[in-house]
Design a protein around this ligand. Structure first.
Ligand SMILES: *Cc1c(COP(=O)(O)O)cnc(C)c1O
Length: 238
């Protein structure tokens, strides 16, 4: 198969996967009595090349997610001509804030005050506005990122008061090896309390390839889909 043929084959594969994912979102919305237009599909393209981002954009995907700064920065630069919204979804070190502020539109993984401060000065310096989500930890296990639910109000207030930042809402990853439904229900409660204080913070980023249905049932506005769209990542997990 020639180069054009292999590009076409990959495009067809991505198109079929995209159709399946959109059907899953639509079915989950129908079951929950929600409008599918309320749910944004973020294609998580980590470990996949910029050529896949370009094909997805051609298929109508408008939102792309990445979890490592170096890889994301390079891909965003290669795709700078495309009308995409870039989401940073991975754990973020403070010393990467400046780089991330250069290309990301939405940062899903804001989980501590020091990171808020770093992102704020980086955004101001870059002359950009970053939409920030507070990542909420839904399990007791430390190390996977996320603020405890009790820490969310203070972090949210700090984001809302910071130059260059806009408070978007909340994000979470379901606990490993547990039923995601009760965890997503807890997240919905956190999100509701957040909206009481910050009415424009409407985003609930939850749901991945394996649990998007449960997330949509609990009110997710953004689902972050990697494997179901792009295929397996081999040994790399999350
Ligand atoms: C990789 C990743 C995803 C996508 O996971 P899949 O199971 O491949 O859909 C979503 N969210 C975060 C934070 C990720 O790192």
């Amino acid at each position: 198969m020639g180069l054009a043929g292999s590009v076409r084959a990959r495009r067809d594969e991505l198109a079929a996967n995209l159709r399946t994912v959109r059907e899953r979102i639509a079915a989950a919305c129908a079951a929950a009595g929600r409008d599918p237009a309320e749910v944004t599909l973020v294609a998580v393209t980590k470990t996949f090349p910029a050529s896949d981002v370009r094909l997805l954009a051609g298929l109508g995907v408008a939102d792309v997610g990445e979890n490592r700064d170096q890889e994301a920065a390079a891909k965003a630069a290669e795709c700078a001509d495309l009308p995409l919204t870039w989401h940073f979804v991975g754990q973020l070190q403070t010393n990467k804030a400046r780089s991330v502020a250069g290309y990301a539109d939405v940062v899903h993984s804001v989980d501590r005050a020091r990171l808020v401060t770093a992102l704020s000065s980086a955004a101001v310096r870059a002359g950009r506005t970053l939409r920030c989500l507070v990542q909420v930890s839904l399990d007791e296990r430390p190390g996977r990122g996320g603020a405890a639910p009790s820490e969310v109000p203070e972090l949210a207030d700090l984001i809302a008061a910071s130059d260059g930042l806009e408070l978007g809402g909340v994000m979470a990853v379901a606990p490993l090896g547990a039923d995601p439904a009760p965890a997503f229900a807890r997240l919905a409660g956190v999100a509701e309390r957040l909206r009481a204080a910050h009415p424009s913070a409407t985003v609930i980023s939850a749901g991945m390839s394996g649990d998007l249905e449960q997330a949509v049932a609990c009110g997710a506005t953004h689902v972050r889909i990697g494997t179901a769209l792009l295929g397996g990542r081999g040994a790399i997990v999350r």
